[in-house]
Design a protein around this ligand. Structure first.
Ligand SMILES: Nc1ncnc2c1ncn2[C@@H]1O[C@H](COP(=O)(O)OP(=O)(O)O)[C@@H](O)[C@H]1O
Ligand SMILES: NC(=O)OP(=O)(O)O
Length: 311
């Protein structure tokens, strides 16, 4: 039995509510396979497309005469956690029921504490929402004051600040649930970013990277594994070129070298490799695995995926 924190990539959720409800069924099947193998599981997930969509919907509505009030960004993040968690926990519960597993799945709305002086607040870098053409991006810059960047050749996206996670407010309740064998969905969308004030926690407009938040959660839960599931089975060097070489394993020194050589795209594979490295070096025997959702079970048996360890 291993305790693991699993970070689910965008492909586990689909692009809209209908797609999401369908996609989470096969996500749930892969997760319950791991539960049946005796593992303790906490699931985290992204929210870039979803939080952008929610925020934009409220902005459009607030601008119309009969519209709703403006919705602060942290509340948009909380809504994204709620609606993704709702689909995930129901799909996992149904999958457990179909296999006669007498356990449950629950979503913990999670607040992740960040440093209010994190330089990320001055340098928005996290892409959210839909993709736009260059012309649409320019119009959004002017009309809404959004920061827009080109995202890995796929079009233009809005970017918001992405501070690093420092602590997790709900870590103890997550630990209690997971120790009881329940599947816990936590740190959705990297968690709602909050700062500590004299009068309690206060939400801040930002989106934390879910791979970094999952790493922090895995450390705090004293997990054995951080498992990062994405659209590719293995991490590669020279990715997307005729010289592509998939990697079975990386020690920290090799991983650092490949990062410096620019093999991992910023905003996609780089944060995954960095999070994996941080977890592997955070404690003896801790392992990080990057693979696809479909290959998670084989990856944990050492048959595929890319393992990052401190050797
Ligand atoms: N060196 C690399 N090795 C493997 N995949 C890479 C590499 N560099 C970039 N990628 C791309 O990064 C993607 C994962 O990032 P992304 O789609 O942002 O993640 P998420 O699954 O969290 O939504 C992979 O599907 C792949 O297309
Ligand atoms: N919060 C976050 O990292 O979301 P994505 O994985 O969707 O970018």
């Amino acid at each position: 039995m291993a305790r693991m924190v699993i970070a689910l990539g965008g492909n586990a959720l689909g692009n809209n509510p209908a797609e999401q409800q369908e996609a989470v069924k096969s996500t749930a099947s892969s997760i319950v396979d791991l539960l049946e193998n005796g593992h303790q599981i906490t699931l985290a997930h992204g929210n870039g497309p979803q939080v952008g969509m929610i925020n934009l919907a409220f902005e459009v509505s607030a601008a119309s005469p009969e519209g709703t009030p403006e919705m602060p960004f942290p509340e948009c993040g909380a809504m994204s956690q709620g609606y993704i968690g709702y689909h995930l926990q129901n799909a996992i519960r149904e999958e457990m029921k179909s296999r006669d597993i007498n356990k449950n799945a629950a979503t913990v709305i999670t607040q992740v504490i960040v440093d209010e002086n994190d330089p990320a607040f001055e340098n928005p870098s996290k892409p959210i929402g839909a993709f736009y053409t260059e012309k649409e991006a320019e119009d959004l810059r002017t009309s809404k004051g959004y920061n827009m960047v080109e995202d890995a050749g796929r079009g233009y996206r809005r970017v918001v600040p992405s501070p690093l996670p420092v602590d997790i407010a709900e870590k103890d309740i997550i630990s209690d649930l997971v120790s009881n064998g329940e599947v816990v969905i936590a740190c959705g969308g990297g968690g709602i970013p909050v700062v500590k004030t004299g009068s309690g926690l206060k939400g801040v407009p930002a989106v934390i990277d879910k791979d970094y938040a999952s790493e922090k959660l895995a450390e705090l839960l004293d997990a054995d594994y951080l498992v990062i599931l994405t659209a590719v089975e293995q991490v590669a060097i020279n990715f997307g070129t005729p010289e592509q070489k998939n990697l079975d394993k990386m020690d920290l020194e090799t991983a650092e070298k490949y990062c410096e050589e620019g093999h991992f795209a910023p905003g996609s594979m780089l944060p995954k490799v960095k999070a994996a490295m941080k977890f592997a070096e955070s404690g003896k025997g801790r392992k990080a695995l990057i693979t696809s959702l479909e290959k998670a079970r084989a990856g944990l048996k050492g048959e595929t995926g890319t393992l990052i360890i401190d050797e």
